[in-house]
Write a protein that binds this ligand. Structure first.
Ligand SMILES: [Zn+2]
Length: 281
């Protein structure tokens, strides 16, 4: 281990130890680092009939594939939701993260939709899932603001999938308008922000208010540039505004932030699991 990395780990450890408040920002890179990968073997092993039939290349782009019928679309999505949300238990990296912060005052904001934080012990009321969750459906037109837990339906769809199609009677329809349903994910402007979403948002804002001027450590983990306005920019701004804040950034692709925060930022470009393990020892 080189000297800079050693120093960075020591400093991150100290910042977390001394922090009165910890805020974790979890992006897609965090789940990939935890093993929830959307391409490679995990994709080819689970989706071979779909790859053969539609030429799909990975789970990210497949989410946007224009399946010709709802029966085909839901055959794909049931599998996608199942492998990422229901089949998978808590991963080691998320479990480690929970051990790292569980004795502290903390809050999680995440763009991830796979429930890994909850599965690993983080209580619901401390996790704000901004972009939705695989485990729910919503009306595609957002004619109303309910979301519907989909585990039973998803399992049934998988059991009854034949030739990349589910039977028509399993295609979910909106109980109010009778139209198509979508997974509860922010894929367009019709994303449902229900009461629970607003409650979560409020809890997060309250937590942020309590941290003003306090010793705080921001753990920005695997946050890309798809939606920088949700985690990356606010974390940079709050770090800038608070003299007692430290921003601990885990980011391979975009490590450099605003220059004003240079002395308050610790950057890791290495494997997230390796660094978290090192911080914990
Ligand atoms: Zn509807």
């Amino acid at each position: 281990m080189n000297k800079t990395l050693k120093t960075n780990i020591k400093e991150a450890k100290l910042a977390i130890k001394n922090a009165e408040y910890i805020i974790i920002g979890g992006g897609s890179g965090l789940s990939s680092a935890a093993g929830v990968e959307y391409s490679g073997k995990r994709f080819t092993e689970n989706f071979s009939p779909f790859i053969k039939k539609y030429g799909l290349t990975d789970m990210y782009s497949s989410g946007f594939y224009p399946f010709p019928t709802q029966e085909e679309r839901w055959a794909y999505w049931a599998k996608h939701i199942y492998v990422n949300r229901f089949e998978l238990g808590a991963t080691n990296l998320y479990k480690d993260l929970f051990q790292l912060v569980k004795e502290k005052e903390y809050f999680v904001i995440t763009t991830n939709v796979d429930s890994q934080f909850e599965k690993s012990g983080f209580p619901n009321e401390k996790v704000f899932e901004v972009q939705g969750n695989y485990g729910y459906l919503q009306c595609a037109k957002r004619c109303h603001d309910n979301v519907y837990y989909n585990e039973t339906l998803v399992r049934e769809m998988i059991d009854q999938t034949e030739d990349c199609k589910i039977p028509s009677n399993l295609v979910p329809k909106c109980p109010i308008c009778g139209g198509n349903m979508d997974p509860h994910l922010r894929i367009n402007e019709n994303f449902v922000q229900n009461e629970e979403w607003y409650q979560s948002h409020q809890l997060y804002n309250q937590f942020l208010q309590n941290t003003e001027g306090k010793k705080i450590a921001f753990l920005e983990m695997g946050v890309g540039f798809n939606t920088p306005g949700i985690i990356r920019y606010p974390f940079e701004q709050m770090t800038y505004q608070n003299n007692h804040a430290t921003l601990i950034r885990f980011n391979r692709a975009h490590p450099v932030g605003i220059k004003e925060n240079k002395d308050k930022t610790i950057v890791f470009m290495q494997d997230i699991q390796d660094i978290v393990s090192a911080i914990m020892t």
